[in-house]
Design a protein around this ligand. Structure first.
Ligand SMILES: NC(=O)c1ccc[n+]([C@@H]2O[C@H](COP(=O)([O-])OP(=O)(O)OC[C@H]3O[C@@H](n4cnc5c(N)ncnc54)[C@H](O)[C@@H]3O)[C@@H](O)[C@H]2O)c1
Length: 437
């Protein structure tokens, strides 16, 4: 392909073929979506137990399952983990024992066929999220799905999943727990009410030190081999076929077949609230720079810096490195740099437990002074899960972090990943609904 040749991604390569194969296996997305087999549409009675199936029982699943346990035991909600699934059986069995699940599966489709599962909670490696969430929605289950919504090379799947979720009666929450922080909802209202005037700029990021999320992931058993307790094909999913490798399976974040590095692993956290505050649509352009600046053992970058431009004439910068954890301004949440929103009339940011408004030079507003507003409810992961289960009970699709917002955020992240890899400005064609590299 020549330097200047533009090509929409993901429509003809193996990813597309793999996606279509999967869609056919799932019963054909288009056909099933048109028929609308949404099984659990009616509001559950408050006394009816919400039965959760956990898919993926590694590190992050602990936050999922302990939150459901807290909802049941502390909040007296009718929630119960009835089934667990992992392609590595010892982890699934450990989780079943700890959280009292009756059924252990090694294939998510078997869990989805279990009539004692109403809701699935997905905490598998990135390249499985989209397929498993889509299968779950088509099976009539509500879905909590970890970020990133999909792997960096699965743009078409992102679109299909979000469109299907939006058209369905199923409830979906994407695992950006920062959206439980009232600061972002307060700031979004302030922007909507015109406090900063015409928005023009947003800034956020994610900084930390260490390879602990990649090279440091635990290898439970260095001698593990595929067999009855380890489904290597199940782990690979749509990723390229490779011989079994314990490092790839247990430390999958190091490898670009299964992970994208900071752009998809970390940036959903700061970018989701910032795009929400600014009420933005799809980005029009993305430019990203980065690479392996400090840690060489991994394939994915450790440093990533991204600029996004939106048709609303707003630019966003998302900055980050894993080589230094200085946030520049006071951090908020794990590694998160606080967002700054700039408009023609002033800026909004967060200092400590307060939202701070600063008027811009020459602003035309009556309030010329800095103003501070108390944050009503800081981020709380358990309340984020409560929001999801509440929505499942009420059949309310407006979760704090739903598929509509996730589609916009994940599209921006796909564009960024392609930009950094291809060293190009990447565009989004809103008419064709395609990413142009
Ligand atoms: N929201 C957050 O703050 C947050 C924090 C950490 C991780 N995460 C996300 O959670 C996801 C899981 O991360 P982790 O650190 O728990 O990884 P992990 O490797 O510890 O856990 C993933 C588990 O999924 C299993 N698995 C792999 N393929 C599977 C399949 N096809 N079906 C069922 N199980 C399968 C693995 O055997 C493993 O036990 C990642 O996508 C990550 O981005 C989110």
């Amino acid at each position: 392909m020549s330097e200047n040749q533009e090509h929409p991604v993901d429509t003809s390569g193996s990813t597309r073929r793999e996606f279509m194969r999967h869609a056919v296996l799932a019963g054909s997305v288009a056909t099933v979506a048109a028929a609308g087999p949404w099984v659990r549409a009616e509001a559950a009675s408050p006394n009816e137990t919400i039965r959760v199936g956990q898919i993926g029982c590694g590190g992050r699943s602990g936050a999922h399952m302990s939150s459901y346990k807290w909802l049941a035991e502390d909040q007296k909600m009718n929630v119960k983990i009835t089934a667990v699934c992992d392609t590595y059986k010892p982890r699934a069995e450990r989780a079943a024992k700890k959280y009292g699940a009756e059924k252990v599966y090694m294939d998510h489709k078997e869990l989805l066929a279990d009539p004692n599962v109403d809701v699935v909670s997905i905490a598998t490696p990135d390249h499985h999220h989209g397929y498993q969430a889509l299968d779950a929605i088509l099976a009539g289950k509500d879905v909590y799905c970890e970020k990133p919504l999909t792997h960096w090379r699965q743009y078409e799947l992102t679109r299909e999943l979000c469109r299907t979720a939006m058209a369905s009666n199923q409830v979906m929450q994407v695992g950006c727990q920062a959206m439980s922080d009232s600061a972002y909802h307060q700031m979004a209202k302030m922007v909507r009410d015109g406090m900063v005037g015409q928005p023009i700029h947003g800034e956020t990021g994610y900084f930390r030190v260490g390879d602990w999320g990649e090279v440091g992931m635990p290898i439970d058993d260095p001698k593990a081999q595929p067999g009855a307790d380890l489904n290597w094909e199940g782990f690979l999913g749509d990723a390229p076929r490779r011989p079994f490798d314990a490092s790839r399976m247990f430390r999958w974040r190091m490898y670009e077949d299964y992970s994208g590095g900071p752009v998809t692993d970390l940036f959903p956290h700061p970018l989701t609230p910032l795009m929400y505050i600014l009420n933005l649509g799809m980005p029009s352009k993305a430019v990203a720079l980065g690479g392996k600046y400090r840690y060489n053992e991994r394939e994915v970058p450790d440093t990533f810096n991204l600029l996004l431009e939106f048709p609303e004439k707003v630019c966003i910068a998302v900055l980050g490195t894993q080589g230094n954890n200085d946030q520049g301004v006071q951090g908020r949440g794990a590694g998160g740099r606080v967002p700054i929103v700039r408009g023609w009339e002033g800026s909004l940011t967060i200092v400590g437990e307060e939202i701070v408004f600063k008027p811009a030079e020459g602003n035309t507003r009556k309030e010329k002074d800095e103003q501070r507003f108390k944050i009503e409810q800081p981020e709380d992961t358990r309340l984020f899960f409560k929001n999801f289960i509440d929505c499942c009970i009420k059949r309310d699709k407006n979760t704090l972090s739903g598929p509509e917002l996730a589609l916009k955020v994940q599209t921006a992240l796909h564009m960024a990943a392609y930009s950094q890899r291809e060293e190009k400005t990447v565009r989004y064609d809103a008419v064709m609904e395609k990413i142009i590299v």
